[in-house]
Design a protein around this ligand. Sequence first.
Ligand SMILES: *Cc1c(COP(=O)(O)O)cnc(C)c1O
Length: 230
Amino acid sequence: MLKENLAEVEKRVAVACRRAGRKREDVTLIAVSKTKPVSALREIMDCGVVDFGENKVQELCGKMEEITEPLHWHLIGHLQRNKVKYIVDKAYMIHSVDSIRLAREIQKEAQKSDTVCQVLIEINIGGEESKDGIPKEEAIPLIREIAELSRVQVKGLMTIAPPVERPEEARGYFKEMRALFEAVKAEQIPGVEMEELSMGMTGDFEVAIEEGSTMVRVGTAIFGARQYAV
Ligand SMILES: *Cc1c(COP(=O)(O)O)cnc(C)c1O
């Protein structure tokens, strides 16, 4: 069941890449496994997927204890400063850095565990009240500050597009993200490596790929709908 879902998503990613004239290997498919059991992750791992996305520190750490194979664990959800110490040497990449205070905490903990942490800067591209992430105007100043931190490696940008009815309606947001990505890159800030643009989820990943996404975070289309305990 999950294998068929994954094959279908893979096909759609490949078609979107072809449509956009991009190479398939330029887009990383992150399987977003939050709320799903380890057995489900294993099924997807068996198909060769190594990139998994989780939005909670505790859940990510728990799954890592059970699955010892070397995977890329992406932390895609909001990160509280008091949780940084649990994750700093475990996450392959933290997609949700949106303040200098959080970046400084990552620096401190990365120093302690003698590691360097790869991060993306989360942008609230729709300017939504309820969303994490910074307004796009703040991206360059924040990245300049973070670039001073020797153990926090900025690798690019991330966004969650506002919910839309049709994927096509998200295109404008993705275009804005791409333009911002290019603008940051053009600044050539020392120590900053603008390589990743993390955008696109189940509802809109094909449009995101067409607009230059390098990492799509797909949960529902692979693992099915999530059930949250009330
Ligand atoms: C849950 C989540 C996803 C995946 O969402 P789907 O719509 O299920 O594909 C992607 N990104 C973030 C940040 C998430 O929290």
